[in-house]
Design a binder for this molecule. Structure first.
Ligand SMILES: [Zn+2]
Length: 92
């Protein structure tokens, strides 16, 4: 049996704030096949929900698949401490 040694480096995982998150919804109503109508991609949920309400009013379709995507950045914990002192990061 071989032993592999890794130096353990603790990482924090943060949302990458330089990249906008992505929200979208696709209509999956329909018997034989999904309707497939898509909201398009937005950086927040509100326009997607508005599109869903409009689509439901126009078609009677009520079932959607929602997709959310964002970007994550891993940062070594030591670097995190150096760059984010408590005074500079009052969130929470
Ligand atoms: Zn539809």
């Amino acid at each position: 049996m071989t032993r592999r040694l890794f130096r353990y480096v603790p990482f924090t995982i943060e949302q990458d704030r330089t990249a906008e998150p992505e929200y979208e919804a696709r209509c999956v109503s329909g018997d034989a096949a999904d309707c497939g109508a898509c909201s398009g991609t937005y950086s927040g949920p509100a326009p997607v929900e508005e599109w869903q309400r409009t689509h439901t009013q126009a078609t009677g379709h009520r079932r959607y698949r929602r997709n959310f995507g964002d970007y994550a950045v891993l940062r070594p914990a030591a670097e995190h401490v150096r760059q984010h002192r408590p005074a500079a990061n009052p969130v929470r």
